[in-house]
Design a protein around this ligand. Structure first.
Ligand SMILES: NC(=O)c1ccc[n+]([C@@H]2O[C@H](COP(=O)([O-])OP(=O)(O)OC[C@H]3O[C@@H](n4cnc5c(N)ncnc54)[C@H](O)[C@@H]3O)[C@@H](O)[C@H]2O)c1
Ligand SMILES: O=P(O)(O)OC[C@@H](O)[C@@H](O)[C@H](O)[C@H](O)CO
Length: 454
């Protein structure tokens, strides 16, 4: 498609695009969903059979304006594949309905339709509202209120897993058959995590729903990969300049990868025809992605910000950030099997990170760093310690976070040495917090706050 034809009108009639039937329901109508799962669905050989009804992850936020904008353009949008030299534009047609998260009636209507066979989510890790034990965090007022609503049969629901639990109860009652639930967030074991959390919400409706889910719902775990930065005003302007009258385009990198593990009892698009890979054991691929890419992103975000840098591309050109990443990677690759070709993945990563035309903001990536360190860096540190090595590459990433958070830039080296020592403990993140409290003189309120997040 050329820029000129797309500029004419973003409508299915003018672009002669079909409207596939809704068979996938998604929660989390963000940039990543539109760059990744929607792209794979649009590129599958049976794309005319699989339409997506997409809901925002939570109502009442600026994201709701996406719903209005998408509805005004037949749910079509332009995806700019931003290479180091130029953009390539494509109109994506797999999303066919858009809703705010509080349109619970619409969500239930889809779930009670036997044609609908897949529920997917990209609501961020925090959006699942689960504790470290993967159970609903009942200290969270939204969770407490949703559990009460589920018990009382009220549709006043706010959290994604409460909504899915209610939808599944209605599906069971409607006899609409089995379904697959598939989270696509950067979380290890994301299918199992969602299953564990969801069953607790389901139990609040009635215990028999738990066994119905066990028998009728599959939970698919996924490793998802495509760098998709938060959309900027400049992106909007460049899409317009390219001739696309689109209120909500998405900018992403050309690279894309999707690895899935699990069954689809009510069918699925032929995603493998678009390049998705189905595996029996997701763990090595998931660790490769979460440790090498996301772990180093967290490291660069923290060290880079402390060094006054703004984007991943800036950090990739900074010798200190590169050294930090290389030291961490040299530890990671020891714990990945040969089949995942970790060294090649690292070489490709530098190329992806260096893309000067992708403005991936370190501030965005640094959000919730502590929770991310726990699953993306701490396991490598522990594995290194268990193998009798220092784990100092992993400790450097943790130190970069601590230095950034507690504004100890000038003392990074001292902090690193202290963390190396603290890694003798079983959980380096807990060790770090203790260390911050005792050795580095952080005030108690800060330590309490950090502990509360662990
Ligand atoms: N952007 C990327 O490069 C990328 C790549 C791989 C995976 N991911 C995964 O996708 C997730 C979303 O990324 P994005 O780029 O689409 O972000 P985004 O900000 O564009 O969209 C996030 C979506 O999640 C919802 N959400 C956010 N916080 C929530 C909460 N507390 N409760 C319920 N819903 C909530 C929002 O409503 C929105 O629909 C990431 O957290 C990550 O796990 C992103
Ligand atoms: O918020 P996070 O840390 O889960 O993700 C921030 C980035 O690291 C992430 O969006 C990557 O760009 C993505 O995971 C690439 O596939």
């Amino acid at each position: 498609m050329t820029a000129a034809t797309a500029a004419a009108a973003l409508s299915r009639a003018s672009l002669a695009l079909p409207t596939p039937p809704v068979r996938i329901v998604h929660l989390g109508l963000g940039a990543f969903h539109r760059a990744h799962q929607a792209w794979y669905t649009a590129h599958a050989s049976d794309s005319d059979q699989w339409g997506i009804a997409s809901f925002t992850g939570r109502a009442g936020e600026p994201g709701d304006s996406i719903v209005r904008a998408l509805r005004d353009q037949d749910c079509l949008y332009t995806l700019a594949l931003r290479g180091p030299e130029a953009d390539e534009f494509e109109v994506i047609g797999s999303i066919v309905r858009a809703h705010p998260a509080n349109d619970v009636d619409a969500f239930i209507d889809y779930l009670t339709d036997p044609q609908v066979g897949i529920v997917t989510a990209t609501v961020t890790e925090a959006g699942y509202r689960l504790g470290a034990d993967w159970r609903p965090n009942t200290d969270d007022p939204v969770v407490a209120s949703d559990l009460a609503s589920l018990s009382a049969g009220s549709l006043e629901l706010e959290s994604p897993l409460a909504l899915i639990a209610r939808g599944l109860a209605e599906r069971r009652d409607a006899g609409a058959g089995p379904v697959a639930v598939m989270p696509c967030d950067n979380i290890p074991d994301n299918g199992d995590l969602v299953r564990t959390g969801l069953l607790e919400f389901a139990a609040a409706i009635d215990e028999s729903l738990v066994s119905w889910i066990d028998e009728n719902v599959s939970f698919v775990s996924t490793s998802v990969d495509r760098i998709t930065p938060r959309f900027s005003e400049q992106d909007l302007a460049s899409a317009r300049d390219a001739g696309f009258g689109d209120a909500v385009p998405v900018v992403t990198e050309p690279f894309i990868n999707w690895i899935l593990c699990g069954g689809f009892p009510a069918g699925r698009p032929a995603w493998e025809t678009a390049g998705a890979q189905f595996v029996e054991d997701l763990a090595p691929f998931e660790s490769r992605k979460l440790w090498l890419l996301n772990g180093s992103h967290t490291g660069m975000a923290n060290l880079g910000r402390a060094r006054g840098l703004a984007t991943v591309a800036d950090a990739s050109a900074d010798p200190e950030c590169r050294d930090l990443v290389e030291a961490f990677w040299s530890e990671v690759v020891r714990h990945l099997p040969a089949e995942v070709e970790a060294e090649q993945y690292c070489r490709d990563l530098w190329e992806r990170f260096e893309n000067p035309r992708i403005a991936h903001l370190l501030d965005q990536i640094a959000e919730d760093s502590l929770a991310k360190l726990r699953v993306r860096v701490a396991p490598v540190a522990l594995a290194e310690r268990q193998a009798g090595r220092s784990g100092s590459g992993s400790a450097g990433v943790i130190a970069a976070w601590a230095a950034n958070v507690i504004a100890l830039d000038g003392r990074r080296d001292a902090l690193q040495a202290a963390i190396d020592a603290a890694l003798e403990d079983s959980d380096p993140v807990v060790a770090l917090v203790t260390l911050v409290a005792t050795d580095l003189g952080a005030d108690e309120a800060f330590v309490d706050e950090v502990r509360a997040q662990i």
